[in-house]
Write a protein that binds this ligand. Structure first.
Ligand code: MLT
Length: 328
């Protein structure tokens, strides 16, 4: 028999074997713990949302979702790690507005393409943005905050979770609106930067509501406004930016689960179904809602909806970031 026919026969056999194995692999999935890369330090919003939805997904999938905090570069280090992980369903990641929509405009040499390098599992939670400050910050309301920041920008320190993070990106918008450039202090996540805010080491920051509710309710920090059309039931006394006279500052982030490109479809379906079940679970919903999250309705869940969201958010935030000018 000619060598080319032998090779063809071998390749056909390998293909048949591979095709045969794929459904079996997916059928047994998962057979062990699943790593969830959270690209920020423990205790921040991305970590907290990952743990809340991960708790219930672990029950559905029958194996633990183990959070691995991989920090640095505004979350892009961790998401790059996720891109390079094996596409076997045992490494997934919690990305968000910053890593999946702002990063392309902020990192010319970004090591991943948020649209083409991942498979979308689904949106986990929407997270309105708050303007926060240390509890003894002088301004008593948003109007005074705006005047004070404009007057004192050279002496103020603004905290964020690194270039490309939500806190960086949304305060880039705020500072652009106010035409100020305070000193910006990066942290490995807004968990640590919240500690600095509570400790009075920094003056203000823009952060996701899920990271601020306990502190605002406890009076250990100040919240000047929430950057959404409506007030949030978890912080009913915090006025909207519009009520405070800054209607142009509208910002709401989101956190979403993603998997490496070409993760097999049956595995993706199991992950998306487990996330969907978590978002329908009463205990999980209560935990997310208490922290001010916006839980996506059925029409905003699953892979296709997330894929569309990432594209639309890149299109929305790229011009905002470009207009805000250099980020150094
Ligand atoms: C962000 O600013 O992107 C996040 O709040 C960071 C984090 O989750 O710690």
């Amino acid at each position: 028999m000619s060598s080319s026919r032998t090779l063809a026969g071998v390749l056909a056999g390998i293909f048949a074997l591979a095709v045969g194995i794929a459904p079996a692999v997916a059928q047994d999935y998962p057979s062990r713990a699943i790593t969830v890369i959270v690209p920020f330090a423990a205790g921040g919003p991305t970590d907290v949302i990952g743990r809340i939805v991960g708790d219930h997904m672990s029950k559905t999938l029958g194996h633990t979702l183990v959070i691995e905090n991989v920090v640095g570069a505004g979350g892009t280090t961790g998401i790059t790690r996720a891109k390079r992980a094996k596409n076997d369903g045992y490494t997934i990641a919690m990305g968000h507005l910053g890593t999946q929509a702002a990063a392309p405009a902020l990192y010319p040499n970004l090591q991943y393409d948020p649209v083409n390098d991942f498979e979308p599992i689904g949106l986990a939670a929407g997270t309105p943005i708050l303007i926060l400050a240390r509890k003894d910050f002088a301004p008593k309301d948003l109007k005074e905050f705006v005047e004070y920041v404009k007057k004192n920008e050279k002496t103020l320190n603004m905290a964020h979770a690194g270039v490309g993070s939500v806190s960086f990106t949304t305060c880039l918008l705020l500072n652009h609106i106010l035409k100020v450039k305070p000193t910006s202090i990066p942290y490995q996540g807004t968990g640590p930067s919240m500690n600095a805010l509570v400790g009075g080491q920094v003056d203000y920051m823009c952060d996701q509501i899920v990271n601020a509710v306990p502190q605002v309710q406890g009076g250990t920090i100040k919240a000047y406004a929430i950057a959404t059309e409506q007030r949030n039931p978890s912080l009913p006394n915090v006025p909207t930016s519009k009520e405070g006279g800054l209607p142009e500052f509208q910002a709401s982030a989101w956190n979403a689960l993603i998997a490496p490109k070409d993760t097999p479809k049956p595995i993706m379906e199991k992950l998306s179904a487990a996330l969907d079940k978590a978002l329908d679970d009463e205990v999980t919903r209560k935990r997310l809602l208490e922290l001010g999250s916006d839980i996506p309705g059925k029409d905003r869940r699953g892979g296709p909806a997330l894929a569309a969201l990432v594209k639309s958010e890149i299109a929305k935030w790229t011009p905002v970031i470009k207009a805000a000018g250099p980020t150094n």
